[in-house]
Design a protein around this ligand. Structure first.
Ligand code: ZN
Length: 446
């Protein structure tokens, strides 16, 4: 049986020690909690993350109809264990939260080894791993354990205690809206419904809370940013029931962020539209051979109606510009087992992910449209003080190239991303040069 894990009782997070120390403290603090679609472990997770960024709570009452679904009852978990024939606890959710089938209904009774077996889940091909099993929408109870542990259970009577309850309560979501100069919004979404698994899901919400904290601290934002943390599927459905109309009007780009704690290249799943700003921006940033992209090139895959909350954001009635960002394959070897633990993720990778997302934000912030105010013939750069005289010969050549591309394609219809795509030059360089041309009245920003 795994070692018992105890939650850190001290809620003071090492905010002054930087993002990596903070990410590490959050991993330790939040990993042991019993998260599910609903309940105290979810609320505690949101409480802790709300200490970092201006999240506001949305509690959707049980029984609320949301699109084609209904918000489930709230699951209250107290304890769950199985006592073996020798009087010892042989399975105990206090030792690992995955030992209990998530959302199990209450049960107390004495069962034979054979009767108990009908309620047990293990993985014969991964004999060391405890599987992650949920029963959200069918009332049942069960325990999960490693195949090794299961094989070692002797014949005899077993006393089973599942001290849980399903009550009319609420489902917990959090959102943070960081307003910018424009009402155009960028969405970042992750989920908070998996207990005691690190890559899927804990690293996702930690990364978004850290990113939200950085963006909230910026004195200026051109775009508005919306961060949401919610239980997977039913949470995004409930969120869309509430905000879907607004998002259809305002959302220019969005990303679901999950499974980002393992050191693997980014993987971009395109939005259903495939060519939205969300797709173009992230693909441009994470493309191969980019000087301003410090990581390995991302793998880009087409949209498919499988996966996480992008299924809801990209359902045909909303068809929002939301792409899915992960690191590596969604079915990584430790997926949905106790092997997805703190050993396979790192605070350093979480912070590199936050850096990458912030670079994406910088790109979106810089991605304006400009119009050339002197489009007839090329302006004489030297006369406008735009001919570069500083830097290496290559730098100067590149800068002139950027100015020429910009002045030629800035016709008011193309954004900097399109000019970057055409020229191969980074958006950040084009943005820098564009602002200099604007200061000389050669361009206007739209
Ligand atoms: Zn999952």
């Amino acid at each position: 049986m795994s070692e018992p894990m105890t939650a850190i009782q001290d809620d003071r997070l090492p905010i002054e020690q930087g993002d990596e120390a903070l990410a590490e403290a959050l991993l330790q603090r939040l990993f042991p909690l019993m998260r599910s679609l609903t309940g105290a472990g979810v609320r505690e997770t949101h409480d802790v993350l709300s200490g970092l960024a201006p999240f506001e709570r949305i509690e959707v009452p049980s029984g609320t109809p949301v699109l084609d679904w209904t918000v489930p009852q709230e699951w209250i978990f107290r304890e769950a264990y199985v006592v073996g024939p020798d009087g010892r606890r042989v399975i105990d959710a206090a030792a690992h939260k995955l030992h209990l089938v998530n959302c199990s209904v209450p049960f107390r009774g004495t069962l034979s080894r054979q009767e108990l077996d009908a309620h047990l889940h293990s993985l014969p091909d991964r004999p060391e791993a405890i599987p992650y099993v949920t029963s959200y929408y069918a009332p049942r109870w069960g325990f999960c354990l490693s195949q090794k542990q299961r094989d070692a259970l002797p014949e005899g009577d077993y006393q089973v205690v599942v001290d849980s309850e399903l009550v009319d309560g609420a489902m917990t979501l959090s959102e943070a809206l960081l307003l910018g100069e424009s009402e155009d919004e960028v969405l970042f979404s992750s989920y908070t419904c998996h207990p005691s698994m690190a890559n899927d899901e804990l690293c996702g919400p930690i990364a978004l809370a850290l990113l939200c904290r950085r963006l909230a601290a910026r004195p200026q934002r051109r775009l508005s940013y919306r961060f949401v943390l919610l239980p997977e599927t039913i949470g995004s459905i409930a969120y869309l029931a509430r905000r879907g109309g607004h998002l259809k009007e305002r959302l220019v780009a969005g990303y679901t962020v999950a499974n980002i704690g393992r050191d693997a290249p980014f993987r971009i799943k395109r939005s259903r539209r495939g060519d939205s700003l969300a797709d173009r921006a992230v693909e441009r940033l994470m493309a191969s051979g980019r000087e301003d992209w410090p990581e390995a090139p991302a793998e880009v895959v087409p949209f498919e109606p499988l996966g996480s909350d992008e299924r809801q954001y990209c359902s045909p009635g909303f068809d929002l510009p939301v792409a899915a960002l992960t690191r590596g394959e969604p079915d990584f070897p430790e997926y949905h087992t106790s092997l997805d633990n703190l050993d396979i993720v790192s605070a350093e990778t979480i912070v590199r992910t936050v850096d990458a997302l912030e670079a994406l934000v910088d790109l979106l912030e810089a991605n304006r449209r400009y119009r050339n105010l002197k489009p007839e013939g090329e302006p004489q750069l030297g006369r406008h003080g735009l001919y570069p005289t500083l830097g290496s010969r290559n730098d100067r050549k590149r800068e002139v190239r950027a100015i020429l591309w910009l002045l030629n394609l800035a016709d008011g219809t193309r954004d900097l991303l399109q000019i970057s795509e055409a020229s191969g030059l980074p958006v950040t360089l084009l943005a820098e040069v564009a602002e200099r041309c604007r200061a000389k009245d050669l361009l206007e920003a739209l």
